[in-house]
Design a protein around this ligand. Structure first.
Ligand code: SDX
Length: 407
């Protein structure tokens, strides 16, 4: 006699309980588990390593290894990892010719780098022998290829925007340069000085991972259907582009440029900036680079990058946007103070990032693609984790529509 049909598995929580904990935008809701990262008001840890410790003592390649492999690399493991990444830097001609064909659209601004990067990542899938596999080893191989190739895509995009020959077409840059320095070299053909290279390296460490932020959660939802890593990363890039998320680093710099244009350099430190900000408050304007869904007493990453960025700005003789580099930090610090005094809202990591990248002469539309070049490590760590212990992510919704009615 076959066993009586068992009743379908009872839902984890009842409809009443679900309604009681409903929160718009999933604010404050635990939507899953992860061993990759922990963020609290009091701190930020990647695989247990605290962010100040990493920013002070690690390189981005070491942090990428920790996020993807779960442990600190031995010298031999690190050497092998670096060699794998350098070897994977070059792009397949299918990708390079796409970027070159998009050159006119990019140069005119009709196509934006974040969208071209998203498309290029999709094309990478067509040339990746592991594309359709979701097993751990294949995922790890794909993660390293994406980590290696995204800086090359960014560099080639900047070359076609500048109307110059592709730098490092064969080797994906200069094999003797580390990851961060090579990213800069690919964009403008100059090997950055060690201060700039270290600041870029630390910015990549700070941007690498941040638990269930919107783009990472997007990548987990896509991976949760057992779809592939390239698709999950393409979705994550689309999510990160938004000005409420990663796109804020570009928007924050554009906002500072707008203030500088409106008040003029001599007005920095005067009431003119306060008046500009008050007008923004009166018109309910979202000030980019400020606020955070989780951090309400400040983003641990922001002061680290602000300090490093200001230090190179003070030493710098260049005049980005026609103003001494340090002027941007003086203006930024006044804006920060007003936000804190008037709104008790702290800057997030995107605010110092804008000023720092601007000081280093990085074109504004490449700020969020550089965020991708870093966050690819966090996304891939989460995609690997989701595939390794998967449950499809499918929440409920609160219905607010029409009552049932006859057609
Ligand atoms: C990143 O999640 C992550 O971890 C993201 C990230 C990561 O590493 O992955 O940290 C990276 O995306 C950082 C955030 C970058 N985005 C911005 O800088 C855009 C500007 N910031 C805001 O849009 C906002 O602060 C968010 C999106 C960051 C947070 O959104 P919340 O949680 O819905 O905002 P809140 O509840 O803390 O704010 C409450 C109120 C707001 O109410 P609303 O008008 O949104 O209903 O505080 C005010 C506002 O009145 N407020 C702001 C403000 N942020 C909040 N007012 C003006 N300017 C702001 N930036």
């Amino acid at each position: 006699m076959s066993a009586a049909p068992t009743s379908p598995k009872a839902p984890a929580i009842s409809k009443e309980q679900a309604e009681a904990i409903y929160s718009r935008g999933l604010e404050g809701i635990i939507a899953g588990e992860t061993a990759v990262c922990s963020i609290e008001q009091g701190g930020l840890w990647y695989r247990g390593y605290e962010i100040h410790d990493l920013a002070q003592n690690a390189t981005f390649e070491e942090v990428a290894f920790v996020l993807l492999e779960g442990h600190k690399p031995s010298p031999a493991e690190l050497a092998r990892f670096k060699a794998e990444i350098v070897a994977e830097r070059p792009l397949h001609p299918m990708v390079t010719s796409f970027i070159e064909s998009a050159g006119g659209y990019l140069a005119s601004g009709r196509a934006v780098p974040m969208d071209v990067l998203r498309t290029a990542v999709s094309i990478l899938a067509h040339t990746d022998p592991d594309a359709q596999s979701v097993d751990n080893a294949a995922n790890l191989r794909k993660a390293k290829r994406l980590l290696a190739k995204i800086p090359t895509i960014i560099g080639h995009m900047q070359n076609v925007i500048d109307g110059r020959a592709i730098i490092g077409r064969e080797l994906g840059g200069d094999p003797t340069l580390g990851h961060a320095a090579n990213l800069m070299y690919l964009m403008n053909g100059e090997k950055p000085n060690k201060d700039y290279a270290r600041v870029i390296d630390v910015s990549l460490i700070l941007y690498a991972e941040h638990d269930y932020n919107a783009s990472t959660f997007t990548s987990r939802v896509i991976a949760g259907t057992l779809s592939d890593m390239h698709g999950a990363v393409a979705g994550a890039i689309a999510a990160l582009k938004g000005p409420l998320h990663g796109g804020a680093n570009e928007a924050a710099m554009e906002m500072l440029k707008e203030i500088m244009h409106d008040v003029g350099e001599r007005a920095i430190g005067t009431k003119a900036v306060d008046d500009w900000m008050q007008k923004a408050f009166d018109t309910k304007r979202k000030l980019m680079g400020f606020g955070h869904r989780v951090y309400k007493n400040g983003d641990h990453r922001a002061p680290i990058l602000h300090k490093m960025g200001r230090a190179i700005a003070e030493k710098d003789t260049k005049n980005p946007g026609g103003h001494a580099a340090v002027k941007w930090f003086e203006l930024g610090e006044q804006v920060q103070k007003i936000m804190l005094d008037k709104k008790t809202i702290h800057p997030n990591v995107d605010f110092p990032c804008g000023m720092t990248y601007f000081t280093m002469g990085i074109p504004v539309p490449q700020y969020t693609p550089i965020f991708v070049a870093s966050r690819i490590t966090g996304w891939c760590a989460h995609i690997i984790e989701q595939h390794a212990n998967n449950r499809i992510i499918r929440p409920l919704s609160k219905y607010t529509g029409e009552a049932p009615r006859k057609w």
